[in-house]
Design a protein around this ligand. Structure first.
Ligand SMILES: [Zn+2]
Length: 297
C-alpha cells in the first residue's frame, strides 16, 4: 500500500475506475447454451400440448428460479384454454416471472417458446422462431437481476403463439395487470439475418419511443424501424406476433424481429444454421434498448 501523499493522479483514477460499480455483462455463453437446448430434437419442436413443450416449460421454470426471477401472481405458470375446433378446447401454459423495480409500473418482456412440433416425420426445432427470443429472455433475467430498474420487469415466455397468439391473448385479458403495463417489448426471431439487420417495429404507432431507441449504441448491427404501418399489408407486423393483443388493448410496444428468411417455418430452422455472433449482438442491442426505455419512461 502506498502512503497517502504519494498517490498520483493516475493511481487515483485507476482506484476510481476499480471501485465504481461493475458493468454488468450479458452471459452470451449461457445464451448460446440455452438456445441449443431449446432448439434440440429432445424438445420435439415444442408444439403446445406435447411432451416436448412440457419439457421446454419445465426447463424455463427451472431457469427462471435459477436466475432469481420471482413468481408472477403467486406462480411461474399461467394457464389458459384456447379453441381447437368449434366444440373442443385445449390447455396452454405460459411461464411468467418478475424482477421488482423501484415502482410497480411494469415493462412486460415477452417471447413465445412454442413452435410447430413434428410434421410428416420432420422435427421443426424453431431455433430462430423462437428459441432465440426465449433464450434471450433468460439472458435478460440474468442481466437485470443485478440492475436497479425504475420499472418492475415481467418476463413472459408465452405458449401457443403459433396459430393464434393464444398465450398473449390470454395474458392481455388480465385487465388489472394490464393497467400497470407501460410497455411491451416482444422478441420473436432475433437471430437469423445475413445483412446484420434487425427491426424495432412499433414506433409508427408510438412515435415517442423512436428517439429513445435511436440513442442506443447498436454496435455493427443495423437497427431499422418500420414494418408497422397499415399501408404495408402483409409486411405490416403490427399483429404478427405476441405484441399484437397488447397493442389492441392500448399497450405501447416495441417488437424486435428479423425479416422472414429461407429457414422461416422450415425444418432447417436449426441451431446449426444460426449465426451466433449476430445473435449475441442483437441480444446485447435489445438489452441496451430495455435499459434506455426503463430510464426514459
Ligand atoms: Zn414466432
Amino acid at each position: 500500500m502506498l502512503p497517502t501523499r504519494t498517490y498520483s493522479l493516475a493511481f487515483l483514477l485507476l482506484l476510481i475506475s476499480c471501485t465504481s460499480p461493475q458493468t454488468n455483462e450479458l452471459d452470451t455463453a449461457r445464451l448460446i447454451e440455452d438456445l441449443k437446448y431449446l432448439s434440440s430434437d429432445k424438445l420435439e419442436g415444442r408444439l403446445t400440448g406435447t411432451e416436448g413443450n412440457r419439457l421446454a416449460r419445465e426447463f424455463l421454470i427451472d431457469r427462471f428460479k435459477e436466475e432469481g426471477a420471482g413468481e408472477f401472481q403467486g406462480s411461474y405458470t399461467h394457464e389458459f384454454m384456447f379453441p381447437v375446433s368449434e366444440e373442443e378446447e385445449a390447455l396452454g401454459i405460459n411461464v411468467i416471472g418478475q424482477l421488482e423495480g423501484k415502482s410497480d409500473s411494469v415493462i412486460l418482456i415477452t417471447a413465445h417458446f412454442d413452435h410447430l412440433g413434428i410434421r410428416d416425420g420432420e422435427t421443426y426445432n424453431g431455433a430462430d422462431d423462437n428459441a432465440s427470443g426465449t433464450a434471450a429472455l433468460l439472458a435478460l433475467i440474468d442481466y437485470f437481476k443485478n440492475v436497479e430498474t425504475k420499472h418492475t420487469l415481467v418476463f413472459a415466455a408465452l405458449d401457443k403463439e403459433e396459430g393464434g397468439l393464444r398465450g398473449a391473448r390470454a395474458l392481455a385479458e388480465d385487465s388489472v395487470f394490464l393497467q400497470k403495463v407501460k410497455l411491451n417489448v416482444n422478441m420473436d426471431m432475433i437471430s437469423q439475418n445475413s445483412e446484420n439487420e434487425i427491426y424495432a417495429a412499433g414506433t409508427y404507432h408510438y412515435p415517442y419511443l423512436k428517439p429513445i431507441l435511436e440513442g442506443v449504441e447498436t454496435g455493427d448491427v443495423n437497427l431499422l424501424f418500420g414494418h408497422d404501418s397499415p399501408d404495408l399489408g402483409y409486411n405490416d407486423w403490427t399483429f404478427a406476433s405476441d405484441h399484437g393483443p397488447f397493442h389492441a388493448k392500448g399497450i405501447p410496444f416495441i417488437y424486435f424481429g428479423v425479416e422472414d428468411h429461407e429457414h422461416y417455418h422450415k425444418a432447417s430452422d436449426e441451431f446449426e444454421t444460426i449465426p451466433q455472433e449476430f445473435y449475441k449482438k442483437t441480444t446485447r442491442l435489445i438489452t441496451k434498448s430495455i435499459v434506455a426505455l426503463d430510464n426514459a419512461l
